[in-house]
Design a protein around this ligand. Structure first.
Ligand SMILES: Nc1ncnc2c1ncn2[C@@H]1O[C@H](COP(=O)(O)OP(=O)(O)OP(=O)(O)O)[C@@H](O)[C@H]1O
Length: 361
């Protein structure tokens, strides 16, 4: 297990878990959904739990929000124990689950007003808070319509408003963007960032979108098979666990082989891979090939390699250096791609599915 949070930060923890564990048993089969999670989240952090389908992200969130009792271990949320002080925890958090929380036949504003009253807020305070949330989540103009007539993005923003009516210190979002098209996804991310900037709300969200975790979260906690396998900033994870990739394309496959041999002296511990590059016209003889090389700091290495190859009369036809992604991090930690493990790809399929639902009914 790799964690970089061992040195205690100065701010107070809003979440603290010790050996948090959940087993499900059905038909004599036991599933270890969450296995001994030790976690600390501080006031004001924006944290993403990233992992493939079935990794244990939602189960973790459901335990932290008191919806599921842990099988073992303990956790304190906003200073209260999730098992013994459930009401105190619930009063201080907002939770937006995977399904839509608002009643389809209700008007958005009415849903917000009912929610505030449920939390014991006065009529006037609820109305003022509803106005504020409608404006800040860009729902002006649609809040007085029935939920069933709103687009997927508008409904998701209404869900977030519902989770924020009682001004929680801590907001849990379970896969907030799943089912949204890319534009609405970016829009939602902007709203989450703005919320945090405006109210200092601590946000913990789950996602299997690699780009979302990368762009939105300051801290990414990677979960696999119910265990925390890495915990750092996106940049820190990449620097620590993944290499950049260099691709040098040659018109002649023999030159690619010669270049790969020559590159060995620069990166002796990383053998280059040679991949054929088929000519779409089929006319070129001999066929081209590309040299693919992984190195710790490929973009900085590239100019030196190019100079050397040029001196040897082996200048490539094209060269690219790609920075690592969080998928490279996951691959380096688990030996599997997050896409193959049922992460981003299935999420994209969900989004494609839901694009059809984006059009207001
Ligand atoms: N109520 C339940 N009964 C039995 N098994 C369950 C239950 N809820 C979750 N699981 C199992 O626990 C494991 C973790 O599930 P969980 O929903 O927490 O994963 P996840 O990372 O949130 O996945 P996804 O990204 O698909 O939402 C999975 O193997 C799942 O099938």
């Amino acid at each position: 297990m790799i964690s970089t949070t061992s040195t205690a930060p100065a701010t107070a923890p809003v979440i603290r878990t010790q050996g948090l564990t959940k087993q499900f048993t059905s038909r004599k089969q036991t599933v270890d959904a969450v296995r001994g999670l030790d976690l600390r989240v501080d006031e004001g952090e924006l944290v993403a739990l990233l992992g493939p389908n079935g990794a244990g992200k939602s189960t973790t969130l459901r335990m932290l929000t008191t919806l599921l009792p842990p099988t073992a271990g303990t956790a304190q949320v906003a200073g209260f124990d999730i098992t013994r002080q459930r009401s105190a925890v619930r009063a201080r958090i907002g939770y937006i689950g995977q399904g839509n929380g608002a009643g389809q036949s209700q008007r958005g504003r009415d849903e917000l007003l009912s929610q505030g009253r449920c939390y014991g807020m006065s009529r006037a305070a609820t109305a003022a808070r509803a106005d504020e949330l409608i404006a800040s989540l860009d729902l002006t103009g649609v809040a007085d319509r029935k939920v069933s007539t709103m687009s997927g993005g508008q409904r998701r923003r209404l869900d977030i408003a519902l989770g924020l009516v009682h001004s929680p210190r801590l907001l849990f979002l379970d896969e907030p963007s799943t089912g949204l098209d890319p534009q609405n996804r970016v829009n939602l991310q902007e709203h989450v960032r703005a919320l945090r900037a405006r109210h200092g709300t601590t946000v913990v969200l789950t996602t299997h979108y690699l780009d979302e975790a990368d762009a939105l979260a300051e801290r990414v906690i990677i979960i696999d098979h119910g265990q925390l396998i890495a915990d750092d900033t996106p940049a820190g994870l990449k620097a620590r666990h993944a290499d950049s990739e260099l691709v040098l394309a040659f018109d002649d496959a023999a030159d690619a082989q010669r270049a790969a041999d020559r590159l060995r002296q620069h990166v002796p511990d990383r053998p280059a891979r040679i991949e054929p590059v088929p000519d779409p016209s089929g006319a070129r003889r001999p066929p081209g090939a590309q040299v693919v090389l992984r190195a710790a700091d490929a973009p900085r290495l590239l100019p030196r390699l190019l100079r050397d190859l040029e001196e040897a009369g082996l200048a490539p036809a094209a060269a690219t250096a790609a920075s690592p992604t969080l998928d490279d991090v996951f691959l380096s930690l688990t030996g599997r791609s997050l896409r193959d493990a049922g992460g981003a790809e299935s999420a994209d399929a969900d989004a494609a599915d839901a694009n059809a639902k984006e059009t207001p009914a």
